[in-house]
Write a protein that binds this ligand. Structure first.
Ligand code: PEP
Ligand code: MG
Length: 567
């Protein structure tokens, strides 16, 4: 059995089709007629852009807007004036188009690949894809065609690039296995969008798996079985049926309210990073957006987005949501989220440093621009503002003060906005958890960010495998903070949501019901399963479980107990 990252749930049983990238070989040569070579390069770029646009169209139809945008992003990459200019400079010096393109792309690929965060790493994959695409045109080589795959095919590749996946027909492809890529890579996102089981980062997949080989892909467990025997095929066929049945069962919850077994209503929202993600949130039956991570609007560009650009993005999401509520979190950069153009200094300890609300309060113009954009969008939907990484009440006060200043400016300019816009706190630091009683008196709502809350409380970096065993929201300390935050919110009559990963965790849900949470915000595909779990608990039963949990001493005891009572 081969192990990898479980990137898209489900079981696929089929035959391997290995995707080999063509070797794009050429002999670099010195160019005399540089103008003609530049024209040749430009023509190749035009053809590449045309092909990519066509692919993006077909992907939009099969997998959706987001996947199609990834491909359109490739056009922006090669059309980037700096990139084009540098390549042309190399050609001017007599380098052939192929070498010039490769040199430039490789330089950036090396920079992107060396980054710590997955998003920047992802750009290396994109650029590699762009390079292959343009080189193929220059050399007149046909690209790999996945659309020819027959029914019951499992795709095996080093890396599934966005352009390769354009041809995937979900009727024929039953599984995906790659040698690289994590849960948030393009391959993973696309596999989930198409609901194709996928296991990524399988070491030596290309050496161990051969064309035509029978194979089982368990995308739920992250396992791949090559050449399975009869018993294994039977076992996994049953597992596949069970998975499909469970998915079908979840459909019963579509269009329903989110209610506990004894009729208490909850709000079940989605987390988004771009306005278009709101489409998916609505499609997946989300009741609103509980967290709009606005930093994505600031990424993949070379300067801060203007007020107008931001306003249009927030308005777009609000219009897609058609009156459903949306919490917009103000810029959360620093830590693991870098924005090179802001020129932030490298810090010894970025997670403890100059990030999120701390950065925004020191860069008031940038912050006020964002607040004005959010306020302006608030006349197009039910929008709320949320500040990240609050650790003390002064930060909340200063943020609110800026909201008031922005409101005055808009009023003076006769620009409409929601005068009663709510301003809330993302409770994601241990300090916010401890002083939730103080913050609750001045915030309009809380949303618990368990991703950071867990890290800060346990003083552990989830990305560091030596200490990741400590990283669990079920640690008694983290649970005590979650309980305190919710109870302080309840006491002060403000809604408390949870937008960290833990909100979608089946084992966490009874505890949240018991403590008095009012809103869950999860990834769009988790909406129906969270609605199902909520419907299985009464407040009384959840209270009993929570009472017992709070007497347990270790994370292991807590998780085992919660597993034993899970529905
Ligand atoms: C969190 O910290 O729980 C959270 C939702 O925010 P992010 O993952 O964007 O830091
Ligand atoms: Mg956070």
């Amino acid at each position: 059995m081969l192990k990898g990252t479980a990137a898209s749930e489900g079981i696929g049983i089929g035959k391997v089709m290995v995707i080999k990238e063509h070797t794009l070989e050429y002999t670099p040569k010195q160019i005399d007629d540089v103008q003609a070579e530049i024209q040749r390069f430009k023509k190749a770029v035009d053809t590449f852009c045309e092909n990519t646009r066509a692919k993006a169209e077909s992907v939009r139809a099969s997998a959706g807007e987001k996947e199609s945008e990834i491909l359109l992003g490739h056009i922006q990459m090669i059309k980037d004036p700096f990139m084009e200019g540098e390549i042309e400079k190399l050609i001017q010096n007599g380098t052939c188009a192929e070498s010039a393109l490769e040199n430039m792309c490789d330089t950036f690929i090396a920079v992107f690949s060396a980054a710590d965060d997955e998003l920047t790493k992802q750009r290396a994959t994109d650029l590699r894809d762009v390079k292959t695409g343009v080189l193929s045109v220059l050399l007149g080589v046909e690209e790999v065609k996945i659309s020819d795959a027959s029914k019951g095919t499992v795709l095996v590749a080093g890396e599934l690039t966005p352009s390769m996946t354009a041809g995937i027909n979900k009727e024929n492809i039953v599984g995906i296995v790659t040698e690289t890529g994590g849960k948030t890579s393009h391959s993973a996102i696309l596999a989930r969008a198409l609901e194709i089981p996928a296991v990524l980062s399988v070491e030596q997949a290309l050496t161990k798996l051969e064309d035509g080989m029978e194979i089982i892909v368990d995308g739920s467990e992250g396992e791949v079985i090559a050449d399975p025997d009869k018993t294994q095929i039977e076992e996994y066929s049953k597992k596949r049926e069970k998975f499909i049945e469970e998915r079908r069962e979840l459909e019963k919850y579509r269009g329903q309210k989110t209610k506990s077994a004894d009729g208490i209503e909850y709000q079940l929202c989605c987390n988004i990073g771009k306005p278009d993600d709101a489409v998916k949130a609505v499609e997946c039956d989300g009741e609103g957006v509980g967290l709009f991570r606005t930093e994505f609007l600031f990424m993949d560009r070379t300067s801060v987005p203007t007020e107008q650009e931001q306003f249009e993005a927030y308005k777009k999401a609000a219009l897609i949501l058609k009156g459903r509520p949306m919490i917009i979190r103000t810029l959360d950069i620093g830590g693991d989220k870098e924005l090179p153009y802001l020129g932030l200094e490298k810090e010894e300890n970025p997670f403890m440093g100059f990030r999120a609300i701390r950065y925004c309060l020191k860069n008031r113009e940038l912050f006020k621009t964002q607040i004005r954009a959010i306020l302006r969008a608030s006349s197009f939907g039910e929008i709320m503002i949320m500040f990240p990484l609050i650790t003390c009440v002064e930060e909340l006060r200063q943020g609110k003060e800026l909201v008031e200043i922005a409101k005055e400016e808009l009023k003076a300019g006769n620009i409409p906005f929601d005068e009663n816009i709510k301003v809330g706190v993302m409770t994601e630091t241990s300090s916010a958890g401890v002083i939730a009683d103080i913050l609750a008196k001045e915030a309009d709502f809380f949303s618990i960010g368990t991703n950071d809350l867990t890290g800060y409380t346990m003083a552990c970096d989830r990305g560091n495998s030596d200490v990741s065993y400590l990283y669990s929201p079920f640690q008694p300390s983290v649970l005590r903070l979650i309980k305190n935050i919710i109870e302080c919110g309840v006491k002060n009559n403000i809604p408390v949501g949870m937008c960290g990963e833990a909100a979608g965790n089946k084992l966490m849900i009874p505890l949240l019901i018991a403590f008095g949470l009012t809103e869950f915000s999860v990834s769009a595909p988790s909406v129906l399963s969270v609605r199902k779990t909520v419907s299985e608990w009464t407040k009384e039963a959840a209270d009993k479980v929570a009472e017992k949990v709070m007497t347990l001493l270790t994370e292991e005891e807590i998780v085992n107990y919660l597993k034993s009572v899970a529905k």
